[in-house]
Design a protein around this ligand. Structure first.
Ligand code: GUN
Length: 293
């Protein structure tokens, strides 16, 4: 039976460190970290995530602001807000919640964020630094950074000799996760929807990271005995299928069966999810520190 990683507990200790760093920064330099979160539209899941991010920013002692734009907002309206936040001296981190409504060009918005305020790590300058192995100079995408902390708790800093499989190749998660594992010397395979023999590839993984957005896709037969399984999926299963509550959250990993085979596993909820928010707070305090220092 696998050991379950308590992401909430790990995240709480990071949040505590962020709170202390915030107090120290303010005392030493008078600078209070500022985080601006921008959301467009009414998607309830996105609003839940953004609400949690803004709340945690307040709890950490940040200047926390949120811009909520209607579904019909124009590219120009959104660009104007980002420009103002880029110029705002009290704001050190800018996060535009994704996905944006289809009529908006996400990439041009993300690339218009000043790289030093890009706490999502999505700007090409930050993505490029990570891809070239500069782990300290830029800002790393929050979910992979959080998942990596959970991997390190089991395997330490050096993953030499370990094989890692990441299912998913998004800019927000799969690519930066693979880059972080590679930088730590793992032998990395990035799998995706066009990969053939996915289950066979996964079965070779000492570290298996699932970020596909398909409920409970990874089965016990895909998992090597004793592997570390990191589940990045957050899928809402409708009540009609389950008959309990309005919905319940499940990951991309069939937890109940994989827990029997894995060595270490993250649950959903309470695994990687809380780590994402903690790393957003950490990135914001790092960005504020660099600006002040
Ligand atoms: N949507 C889901 N996760 C994220 C995230 O980490 N950052 C942004 N900007 N949007 C998201």
């Amino acid at each position: 039976m696998a050991t379950k990683i308590d992401g909430k507990q790990v995240a709480a200790s990071i949040n505590d460190a962020v709170k202390s760093a915030t107090l120290a920064l303010e005392k030493d330099t008078g600078v209070k970290p500022g985080l601006a979160v921008v959301i467009v539209g009414e998607d309830p899941a996105s609003h839940a995530y953004v609400g949690a991010k803004s709340r945690m920013a307040r709890e950490c002692g940040f200047n926390s602001i949120q811009h909520t734009l209607p579904e019909g907002a124009t590219q120009e309206e959104l660009a104007t807000i980002v420009e103002a936040l880029n110029a705002d001296e009290t704001i050190h981190g800018i996060l535009v919640q994704l996905p944006l409504p289809r009529h908006l060009n996400s990439d041009s918005i993300i690339q218009s964020i000043r790289p030093e305020k890009d706490v999502d790590g999505l700007h090409i300058v930050n993505a490029g630094k990570l891809a070239t192995g500069d782990l300290d100079g830029g800002l790393v995408s929050c979910t992979p950074a959080g998942a990596m902390i959970l991997v390190r708790r089991t395997h330490g800093e050096d993953l030499s000799g370990l094989s890692a499989v990441v299912i998913g190749r998004s800019n927000l998660f799969g690519k930066p996760m693979s880059a972080l594992l590679l930088a730590a010397n793992a032998t990395v395979t990035t799998a995706h929807s066009r990969t053939e023999n996915l289950s066979g590839i996964c079965r070779n993984a000492d570290i298996l990271v699932a970020a596909v957005g398909r409920p409970e896709m990874v089965r016990a037969s895909w998992v090597k005995s004793g592997a570390t399984v990191i589940d990045v999926g957050i899928n809402r299963i409708a009540a009609s299928e389950r008959g309990e509550g309005t919905y319940r959250l499940v990951g991309d990993v069939a937890f109940d069966e994989c827990v029997e085979v894995a060595g270490v596993i993250t649950p959903v909820p309470g695994g990687v999810g809380p780590m994402t928010i903690a790393m957003l707070m950490a990135n914001t305090v790092i960005a504020a520190h660099r600006k002040a220092g």
